[in-house]
Design a protein around this ligand. Structure first.
Ligand code: ADP
Length: 693
């Protein structure tokens, strides 16, 4: 029943208003009482009560109960009977509203057929039986009606209450749930015309004229009016017109006018009431059905529009054809794909979008499918060619689905994707792939050739080394002989030779000695390529200190210093050879230097830029000497290559020091390069690679 707060001023005023309305309308009803003084065929309070519970909730029961009690007690009924009847009427409204809510939803506005049917079944038929049974039994118990009259009284009671539920409740509910009226000028005019027609109906049926000789014919004229109201003004129109028509019919009958008053006495009001109920129900069902249909048409149209929007926005083309191949729908993407607009193709045969040879077989293919059910494309999808408006062909992917509509009509919908781009990309990819294969083939061949060259080179290097060794070794003997002979000559014949002879003999001795040196170098060089490395870890810093000590005299003599700016990391290498590399580079740095103070810097870099690319873990030997022009940066590594430079004219050498250095570095899988320019000093960089032991 809710909290105490619910019973506020609003509730009280609602209850009082309901009591008053109940009482007033019950008076109207009783004025038409026919079967018994307390039972009337027209009982609007039932409809009012039902609507009140639906609108304000079950708490309003008090108003119903008090209204019904008041209405009956004032009809000089015993208090107990009036109480029972009041309870019956209250129960009726509560049961009807509960059932309606339960089966038609919380707000049964009668806009749907389901609402109307629930109203008829649960309120008008079932709930009214409660009131009729309690009421009639009370009357009989109270002795106000003989038990023999039980059923006629029950029936009239039931019918009267049902009339209230069908005529009055819908009027209140439809206006309650939809109270606003917004009519256009034309709508208002039409409503006025309908009202006029209703009034005319009243005038005509009240005239009692014997048109067509059958007075009973007139009631049927309510139907056009109800249909008009239903079609043009919906549920509210129907409930209003229905209420007015019933009011006219009942009013006239009460005044003994109109067609119903002509009927056999006693049954007049029953017939009238039944007729009003039937007309009311018909009107309600019709307006609800019309509205549902309009709603579903609206939804259908809405979903159609939505579908069209979707179809027009998909990237793939979508075509629907019927069994004859006639195009029925064609989306926007198709226009882009084929070049035709929808207006140009819809209604025409789909063959227009196919190349000649395929089009020729299309009809045959479709009819064959119809007969045998054997499909080539349907449900599978495949690649075909399409024909554009401009006559060009393009590759497309087509997948077809069959759609069976009602009455055995079949449609085929095809999804089309223009795959020209993909095909082109595939072609390009293939070409790239072929090219790649070609290059790989070439590379393989080059690799084989390179391998052969390397092998050849190795062999010829080996041969060269062998030759150098043999040649220098074999040359040593006669050269030694030459030197000995020259020494003999100088010793034994120095008194007999003139100055010129002696000078030439000295020259011969010098040249032989030089040749011996050169041959020695050559022999050493060939040995560098042949002997194995004695690999071990070398502390480079320590090695530099040792070299510094070994060269102490020279350094002092030349006013030179060897500096190491930061500590040098150890390397795995052949120690003797590495010392030789450093000593050679340091010696050159001092030899080819015209500065009063010669500075040699030995360092290490994590990273350095070389002509052949970036290198890591690089050692360097830098001097402030005469420098080397870039065009000689390679030549200086060739054996016996010396550069002409007046600033270094006094320096002796065979031109093989750097050749040894390079050979040693290469044997250590390292690289050597330099940065230098005349007058700007020289920096020799080298790396030491990993050596297989
Ligand atoms: P050598 O010193 O016996 O002549 P190298 O092979 O050591 O033979 O050097 C080859 C030539 O490279 C030298 O003759 C010299 O002209 C040049 N050279 C070598 N090192 C330097 C240097 N640090 N500065 C300038 N020139 C150099």
């Amino acid at each position: 029943m809710g909290s105490i707060l619910k019973y506020d001023g609003r509730y009280v005023s609602r209850v009082l208003a309901l009591v008053a309305l109940y009482y007033f309308t019950s008076r109207l009803g009783f004025s038409l009482a026919s079967v018994a003084q307390q039972v009337t065929v027209i009982w609007p309070p039932t409809g009012i009560s039902l609507a009140a519970v639906l609108m304000f909730g079950p708490d309003i029961w008090l108003g119903i109960f008090l209204g019904a009690f008041l209405a009956n007690i004032t009809m000089h009924e015993p208090a107990l009977a009036a109480l029972c009847i009041g309870a019956g009427n209250t129960l009726e409204a509560l049961a009807g509203a509960w059932l309606l809510r339960r089966f038609a939803g919380p707000a049964p506005n009668l806009a749907h057929v389901r609402d109307v049917l629930c109203l008829i079944l649960f309120a008008a038929i079932i709930s009214t039986a409660v009131s009729a049974t309690i009421g009639t039994t009370s009357l009989c118990f109270a002795g106000l009606q003989p038990w023999t009259h039980y059923f006629p009284v029950w029936f009239t009671w039931w019918l009267g209450d049902a009339g209230g539920d069908v005529i009055v409740a819908p009027l209140i509910l439809t206006w309650y749930y939809n109270p606003y009226l917004s009519l256009s000028r034309r709508g208002a005019l039409e409503a006025a015309a309908l009202a006029l027609a209703v009034a005319l109906y009243g005038i005509v049926i009240s005239s009692q004229s014997e048109m067509f000789g059958i007075a009973q014919f007139y009631p049927s004229t309510v139907f056009p009016l109800l249909i008009w109201a239903a079609i043009r003004f919906g549920t509210r129109g129907v409930t209003t017109v229905n209420f007015l028509l019933s009011a006219i019919a009942i009013g006239l009958t009460a005044m003994h006018m109109g067609p119903f008053s002509q009927m056999p006495t006693g049954r007049v009001l029953d017939v009238l009431q039944t007729f009003t109920i039937i007309a009311g129900v018909t009107g309600l069902v019709m307006s609800a059905a019309l509205r549902e249909r309009a709603e579903s048409e609206e939804t259908e149209q809405e979903s159609r529009i939505r579908l069209d929007v979707v179809l027009d926005n998909i990237v793939d083309g979508l075509i629907t054809i019927d069994e004859k191949g006639t195009i029925r729908s064609y989306n926007k993407a198709c226009t882009t794909i084929f070049g035709y607009t929808a207006a140009e193709v819809v209604g025409r045969n789909v063959k227009m979008l196919m190349p000649q040879d395929y089009a020729a077989h299309h009809d045959e293919y479709v009819s064959n499918y119809m007969k045998t059910g054997k499909a080539k494309i349907i449900g599978i999808g495949r690649e075909l060619e399409g024909l554009r408006k401009d006559g060009t062909l393009f590759p497309m992917e087509l997948s077809v689905a069959e759609v069976k509509m009602g009455r055995g009509v079949r449609y085929f919908s095809g999804i089309i994707r223009d795959i020209s781009e993909r095909k082109n990309a595939e072609k390009r990819l293939q070409a790239a792939h072929d090219y790649q294969q070609e290059i790989i083939g070439d590379l393989r061949q080059k690799e084989v050739e390179l391998l052969r060259y390397t092998q050849d080179l190795k062999r010829s290097n080996q041969e060269l080394d062998d030759f150098a060794y043999i040649a220098s070794h074999d040359l040593k003997e006669p050269l030694r002989g030459l030197l000995t002979q020259a020494s003999f000559l100088l010793e034994d014949y120095k008194d007999r030779l003139d100055a010129e002879g002696l000078r030439r003999l000295h020259r011969l001795q010098y040249l032989s000695l030089r040749m011996e040196k050169l041959i020695g170098d050559l022999l050493y060089f060939s040995r560098l390529g042949r002997t194995d490395l004695a690999v071990q870890e070398l502390d480079v810093g320590e090695a530099v200190s040792e070299i510094r000590q070994m060269m102490d005299t020279l350094l002092k003599e030349k006013n030179a210093r060897v500096v190491v700016p930061r500590s040098l990391p150890p390397v795995v290498c052949d120690k003797l050879r590495m010392v030789e590399v450093l000593r050679n580079l340091i010696t050159n740095a001092i030899k080819y230097n015209d500065k009063p103070e010669r500075v040699v810097e030995i360092g290490f870099l994590e990273k350095a830029r070389a002509p052949h690319g970036d290198e890591t873990n690089v050692f360097y030997v830098r001097d402030n000497g005469i420098g080397i022009a870039p065009e000689f940066h390679e030549a200086i590594f060739r054996i016996f290559k010396r550069l002409e430079n007046p600033a270094a004219s006094g320096e002796e050498g065979t031109g093989s020091g750097l050749t040894f250095v390079k050979k040693i570095i290469e044997r250590h899988n390292g690289r050597i390069w330099l940065e230098s320019a005349p007058g700007a000093g020289a920096t020799f960089y080298f790396t030491i690679g990993t050596i297989d032991i």
